[in-house]
Design a protein around this ligand. Structure first.
Ligand code: CU
Length: 599
């Protein structure tokens, strides 16, 4: 029993035997598995012991500063604090903090706190703005922390973005969904390793053509993202100007809701009726088994503009808005930060980890019972239990001032332009999600996760792996992503958005432009679930090396990831010499015509 005490100290993949052994992998990556098992067990024993001493007895696990205050279950949801750019600039100090907790306080917490004390603020910027984030890693290095390193043999230089190791107290920052260059001090996450006590300056220019909409920031240290994100390290980014595309939105109260998941307090291994993770909305927890909903106060019968990000590490939400037990239509305006080709009226909204949705809802009238809920989502026989549960009760109030939404503040805005997606792909690739047991005969077996380019060898991603795919700026490719695993996986690519062209081999017209997509699990027989995506590498901000991965962070941490290098645009004189693919990239790459070399 004792080891399972640590369920709320460490992510389940650190645990070994608190759940199904085949679903509780150890840290993988570049490290030896036998070593991992011992490390994790030792770490684990330490943490169990730590649980049994007074909190002051393990102060070395705390941040060097104060912790992360959180609202109680059943609290009223407020918009996160907001920081707005002024005169084309937003500069902020963010301190990443960790707070160890007692059982009665819920799971351990991570948060971003500003110098002024704002917790995980929404950053509101305009296209063209300068965004400067001084990220202070206030996590405390601790001899007691289970330090698991991803060694990178090729790292010898000591400049800013050549970090040699990641461990539990290492962090960095990813601007999810934004087309910010993947270079040092901007949106570089492969080699940016900010160690405990360190400060790192991010200085980015929001692209002039960035789509107005909802994005988010979160840590992306390879091997340790789940733990920090699930602890609460995340925040929304709003690129202003969506009311230019949809003028009616300017008149609606606006609400930013950050959905997260968190470790579930409890001794029992998840059964089919127990969620793998608890959830929260703007940090108001909704926990098993009581599921006390948060409260949202909205003007009776009024329309509101809701901007939701699924900042959960692992949980897939399938949202519904229900009034008096009748599911209400949701008018979806935007997905993943991009206004859709046309609004979609739906009664449910599947939101995998990382995805965003912006939509209009009509609040209930007084006397009506209204809830935002998530439905059960079947993630497959190997997947998590993402169960049906309420998120918030929507309570009708008399007027807007009683509600806690706020009106749109109009600022400098740019016309909303569509991504430059051209429909002339010349290269087809197939990538596939797969997973397998490390050794079915070994009681200590764990799950290995892969995201593989067809033709290459399935291997967990390592930080010093060469790019799996190499393209040039201007290339347009179609990627077929297959799920050959018996649980859902969520495809996400940094720096670029894509169009969904086909689902399971059938053409679709998806009005959304996305950066995140849920692949349903494979049943074990028949064709693999698949999706064909149009990838456009024309944006100069995407030149560089960046990642694609499963956005279920447990899987990402364990190596379900690959990297792509976008080389500078080839010109006419070099086209013929550079068009020949390397042996690595030739695998799974089918050139349909010669046009790619001409761009
Ligand atoms: Cu996955």
């Amino acid at each position: 029993m004792a080891p399972c005490l640590a369920f709320y100290i460490m992510p389940s993949h650190d645990l070994g035997h608190c759940g199904k052994s085949t679903r509780q992998p150890s840290m993988a990556g570049s490290i030896q598995t036998s070593h991992i098992s011992r490390s994790v067990r030792n770490a684990f024993l330490f943490l169990v012991l730590a649980m049994l001493v007074p909190r002051s007895g393990f102060a070395e696990l705390q941040s060097s500063t104060q912790g992360c205050p959180r609202p109680a279950a059943g609290a009223t949801i407020s918009n996160p604090p907001e920081l707005r750019s002024h005169n084309g600039k937003l500069e902020v100090h963010l301190h990443l903090r960790f707070q160890q907790t007692l059982v009665s306080e819920g799971p351990p917490r991570y948060c971003y706190v500003t110098d002024e004390g704002f917790d995980s603020p929404t950053l509101r910027v305009h296209p063209g703005d300068e965004l400067i984030i001084h990220l202070h890693n206030d996590l405390a290095p601790s001899a007691g922390n289970p330090v698991i390193k991803h060694e990178m043999n090729s790292m010898t230089r000591q400049d800013d973005c050549t970090g040699s190791t990641m461990d539990l107290s290492t962090t960095n920052l990813h601007f999810h969904g934004m087309t910010i260059p993947p270079v040092c001090h901007q949106d570089e996450v492969i080699r940016t390793a900010i160690h405990a006590g360190g400060t790192f300056d991010y200085q980015v220019k929001i692209p002039e053509d960035e789509q107005p909409g909802l994005y988010w920031y979160h840590p992306h240290p390879h091997g340790f993202g789940e733990r920090q994100v699930q602890g609460g390290a995340s925040g929304a980014i709003v690129v202003e100007g969506i009311e230019n595309a949809i003028p009616s939105l300017a008149s609606y109260p606006q609400r930013v809701i950050v959905l997260r998941d968190q470790q579930r307090i409890g001794m029992e291994a998840p059964g089919p009726s127990v969620p793998t993770w608890d959830i929260s909305a703007n940090f108001v927890p909704v926990t098993y088994p009581e599921y006390v909903p948060a409260i949202i106060k909205a003007r009776s019968g009024g329309r509101e503009f809701w901007r939701l990000v699924n900042a959960a590490a692992d949980t897939i939400f399938d949202l519904q808005f229900v009034i008096d037990e009748v599911t209400q239509p949701i008018k979806i305006i935007s997905i993943d930060g991009v206004v859709m080709d046309y609004p979609l009226q739906q009664t449910n909204l599947l939101l995998p980890p990382g995805a965003r949705a912006e939509f209009v809802v009509t609040a209930p009238n007084k006397g009506e019972t209204a809830q935002l809920i998530t439905q059960m989502h079947d993630t497959g026989p190997s997947g998590d239990n993402d169960l049906k549960r309420p998120i918030a009760n929507i309570v009708a109030v008399s007027n807007r001032s009683e509600g806690n939404a706020r009106a749109v503040v109009r600022g400098r805005v740019h016309p909303a332009s569509k991504p430059k997606l051209r429909y002339t792909a010349v290269v087809q690739r197939t990538l596939y999600f797969s997973q397998r047991s490390s050794n079915p005969q070994d009681p200590d077996n764990f799950v290995l996760y892969f995201l593989t380019v067809e033709g290459q060898k399935p291997e967990p991603y390592k930080m010093d792996s060469p790019p799996n795919i190499v393209v040039h700026q201007g290339d347009v490719e179609d990627w077929t992503i297959e799920n050959r695993a018996t649980e859902d996986h969520v495809f996400h690519v940094h720096q670029v958005h894509f169009k969904v062209l086909e689902v399971n081999g059938k053409a679709v017209h998806d009005p959304a432009t996305r950066d995140t997509f849920d692949l349903p699990f494979w049943s074990g027989k028949g064709p693999y679930p698949s999706v064909k995506l149009r990838m456009d590498f024309s944006d100069p901000n995407a030149v560089g090396t960046f990642l694609y991965h499963c956005h279920i962070l447990k899987h990402e941490d364990l190596g379900m990831m690959g990297s792509i290098q976008v080389l500078p645009r080839r010109d006419a004189t070099t086209a013929r010499t550079t068009a020949k693919p390397s042996p690595l990239q030739s695998s799974g790459r089918h050139v349909l015509d010669g046009a790619s070399a001409q761009r």
